[in-house]
Design a protein around this ligand. Sequence first.
Ligand code: DLL
Length: 433
Amino acid sequence: MERYYQPEIETASREQIKQWQGERLVKQVRHVWDNVPYYRQKMQEKGLTPDDIKGTEDLHKLPFLSKYDLREAYPYGLMGEPLKNCVRIQSTSGTTGKRVVAFYTQHDIDIWEDCCARAITAAGGTDEDVCQVSYGYGLFTGGPGLNGGSHKVGCLTIPTSSGNTERQIMFIRDLSATILCCTPSYAAYLGETMKEMGLTPDQIPLKAGIFGAEAWSEEMRQDIQKTLGIKAYDIYGLTELSGPGVAFECSAQTGMHINEDHFIPEIIDPQTGEVLPDGEQGELVFTAITKTAFPLLRYRTRDICVLSREKCPCGRTHVKMSKPRGRSDDMLIIRGVNVFPSQIETVLLNQGYPANYQIIVDRVNHTDTLDVQVEMTPEMFTDSVGEIEKRQKELVNGLRAMLGLTAKVTLVAPKSIVRSEGKAVRVIDKRKI
Ligand code: DLL
């Protein structure tokens, strides 16, 4: 039987959701106008006042916000509350120089944790469960968000944070953890390590995993489910909108329900900014309608996906987003061809390789090169040059069929690609360095 954390909200009628969204949007636009001069100016430039926004049908009139605005307004320029009302910040790693600092009131944290509690409940979590949170704690939102959600559900929470794989496995076994929260790449690594220790899925107490923060393919889900003997659920979110829990998967495992009582999604054409109808692929844009300290309106996520309003067998009525099919800024353009790392992953996993790979892009003699280094599993490891060449050729052919592009494939020994404890670094683009 499907369980919900907030059934009256998660299974509310479409009319009810629409009504909440309309009322909250109107209130939020007024709040932002009164408190965020940066956005007020953007509205004024479009000739808008709060009176022009009477409901969700007027949402498209509002100006977009993007990473560019976050940089411009850093650190306080998009705040909707005085600092004294805020109790926390979270931040992204800023590895690409785009540090995002998001502010929270206690009320904002409460909403965020509710969203994470919905995700844990959808994955079968109850107060009988032991939930190990192996996302990083600290500035990254993964640990704090799921920790809060786990408390709300009443699970016994093990806040291991990321890293120290041996200790992770020790806690999973000694304290019989039933739910694991971490990035999918770290879940795969934990699975690989447990397999090497001789543990079979029935000796691993876990029953579910809540994995997100990075792109992962359906094939990778199957792999993780098999090695750990669990059901693996996707979870999506971003620091700008609070963190994990903006959307989460249910038992149907066919996309993630967006918490529409807090976030209004739109899909736009990334080139023109035009709003696209449901079912079309485009860039996901969110308007936060309940958070007040960092109230982003029409924030462009850069994530490319599709929304679906098909009836879900789980009973939830909130719209579903597909797995992001890559980020518009993650897309590699190689010799003029658009390539998403997820397409490469699909080919590798379909041919029986593990999700341990690295994509190296370079430019030699004015021509882009694509080099895919793929780890062999211990079972397929061989030192027969002929066998390795044969396998490499199969992968080159598979990649050509998927991408329409010839890549160089190098098979490398098991364990030679560095493992990640958080978000995996899959792409090294030397052209930008
Ligand atoms: O990654 C929040 C999070 C933590 C989500 C834990 C899920 C679990 P950021 O570091 O700000 O926040 O990165 C946000 O990560 O725009 C997506 O491109 C990507 N992303 C997040 N979840 C998924 C997912 C957290 N399930 C960026 N699938 C987003 C694919 C994801 N990409």
